[in-house]
Write a protein that binds this ligand. Structure first.
Ligand code: DP6
Length: 334
């Protein structure tokens, strides 16, 4: 019997991944950049047991048994096993996977990114695989490839049709910009939304703005924000982050029928951040929104107290400033 337990971080994109050039291999139409949150409070955790005594493969997610045959899970397992030394005894054993997220779904953070990164990382430990695995995590969920690393991470779209060069790399480690904080403002919203997967598929099929983004916008933004991160230039970082979130949601509106993820409260948060920055005479706080109404706020530690008190005053109805953490260290095996 062999048992491994691993944790992996949630990541929040500042240059967004939105749109695939290959649905099956999960290849994006543009590069993206994110920061990984620290794993001490919020993370995905996966335990995998392999035993010659197990009669079949099993998979539990947050305590509920799931099918082992879903295409994304099967693709990850197949790809990992293709890199494994077939002479290892565990190669022939059945496995039992137990995955859980320790953050509430109410936080609206993409659990699939941390979940698949953790699963693939744990499988790599089980089968003693060294080297690149972000391309395998990508097969589970595109954004999962960025959760393989801590700190600031870039997912390179790659050019090869096989996806071998569509991998994540670390731009800077977590301790490079230790003052950076991320706050999630949880906006209660019960309306049913498109998932990221179906939303971006519709976008690729129907939006014309997405072509403009891929051809003329993202490459320059990747350069600008990388420079801002490396130079710890918050003003430039914040402006690029907000513009990119706004463009992703503009493209969602350009999708037919439109994918509306932000609600009135989300837009009120956008206005508040801009008013706050005007009052502070500079870009001191940045918002970014994924496929949902909750706001992820990037800011420096020195700004946290003042900004939170303004939010609490203006939005006493918000479910809360749920999380406020530094950036994460790389994945680890427990
Ligand atoms: C808005 O990685 O969840 O969070 O690859 O279809 O699983 P699939 O999509 P997913 O999309 C994440 C989209 C996003 C932006 C981002 O994280 O870059």
């Amino acid at each position: 019997m062999k048992v491994v337990t691993c944790v992996a971080p949630v990541n929040i994109a500042v240059i967004k991944y939105w749109g695939k050039r290959d649905e099956e291999l999960i290849l994006p139409i543009n590069d993206s950049i994110s920061a990984s949150l620290s794993t001490d409070i919020m993370c995905a955790k996966t335990t995998i047991m392999a035993s010659p005594l197990f009669k079949e493969n099993k998979f539990w997610l947050n305590g509920k048994e799931q099918t082992f045959d879903s295409p994304r899970l099967s693709n990850c397992i197949k790809a990992i096993r293709a890199r494994c030394d077939g002479a290892l005894p565990q190669f022939t054993w059945n496995i039992s996977i137990c995955s859980e997220n320790n953050f509430p779904t109410a936080a609206g953070l993409a659990s699939s990114a941390a979940g698949y990164a953790c699963l693939v990382y744990a499988l790599a430990q089980l089968y003693e695989i060294k080297g690149e695995i972000s391309d395998i995590a990508r097969l589970g969920s595109g954004s999962a490839c960025r959760s393989i690393y801590g700190g600031w991470v870039q997912w390179h779209k790659g050019d090869l049709p096989t996806g071998a060069d569509s991998i994540a790399t670390q731009i800077a480690p977590a301790d490079h910009w230790p003052e950076m904080r991320i706050i999630v403002l949880v906006v209660n919203d019960c309306r049913k939304k498109y998932s990221s997967t179906s939303g971006m598929k519709k976008t690729t099929e129907t939006s014309t703005l997405i072509q403009h983004r891929a051809k003329n916008v993202v490459d320059q933004r990747i350069k600008t924000i990388t420079k801002a991160i490396l130079n710890k230039d918050f003003e430039s970082f914040a402006e690029t982050t907000m513009k990119d979130s706004n463009q992703m949601h503009a493209i969602c509106m350009d999708t037919f029928p439109p994918c509306v993820y932000m609600n009135d409260t989300s837009h009120a948060i956008v206005n508040l951040v801009h008013s706050y920055n005007e009052y502070r005479k500079g870009q001191k706080v940045a918002y970014t929104f994924d496929a949902g109404p909750n706001a992820c706020i990037y800011l420096l530690q020195s700004e946290v107290e003042q900004f939170i008190s303004v939010v609490n005053y203006v939005f006493p109805q918000l479910a809360g400033v749920e999380y406020y953490r530094g950036l994460s260290l790389p994945n680890k095996q427990l």
